[in-house]
Write a protein that binds this ligand. Structure first.
Ligand SMILES: [Zn+2]
Length: 170
């Protein structure tokens, strides 16, 4: 189980072993396609906003966010430094409905659907509410991490536990 966080950086040279759509590792890409199709069958639109991001892309994003926010501390709270973004693993994806971005996404039909069903497809909400001290990141209702159903279904209740707590690591 790969863990990438502020505490656990990844090599600058790390790239997904077998990338599929959106640069995601193929099992994650396939699970995502199944999840998006299942949402669609329920009348819910789920759109990929960001999949795999390279070290260089993450570096550029953080720099531009610091300028955009005009607040470096706030920008760093929401945006990882290069080498500390889970997106570099090809196992993390930002999802939205194509309309509502930000924490308000949780209250959209797509946000609610994903909250309820993502675990069934092997995805967990990586930065759940009230867990910033553990994950190092503020609540992000859009950021999902693929860990496979063998693990995700062990997360009994929806998004009350973090990956750190599940694995027993810092
Ligand atoms: Zn993300």
């Amino acid at each position: 189980m790969i863990v990438v966080s502020r505490q656990h950086p990844i090599s600058k040279r790390y790239v997904p072993a077998d990338p599929g759509r959106n640069g995601l590792e193929k099992p994650a890409a396939k699970a995502l396609a199944r999840m998006v199709a299942a949402a669609k069958a329920d009348g819910i639109t789920v759109v990929v906003r960001s999949g795999y991001r390279s070290y260089a892309e993450q570096d550029a994003i953080l720099k531009s966010k610091i300028v955009e926010y005009g607040d470096e501390k706030l920008a760093r709270r929401y945006n990882a430094e290069p080498g500390k973004s889970e997106h570099q693993t090809g196992l993390a994806v930002d999802l939205w409905d194509g309309e509502t971005w930000g924490t308000g996404f949780r209250r959209t039909a797509a946000g609610k659907w994903l909250w309820r069903h993502s675990r069934d497809f092997g995805f967990i909400l990586r930065y759940p509410p009230g867990k910033e001290a553990i994950t190092g990141y503020a609540y992000e209702p859009w950021h999902f991490r693929y860990i496979g159903t063998a693990h995700s279904l062990e997360f009994k209740a929806n998004h009350t536990k973090t990956l750190e707590e599940y694995l027993g690591i810092d």
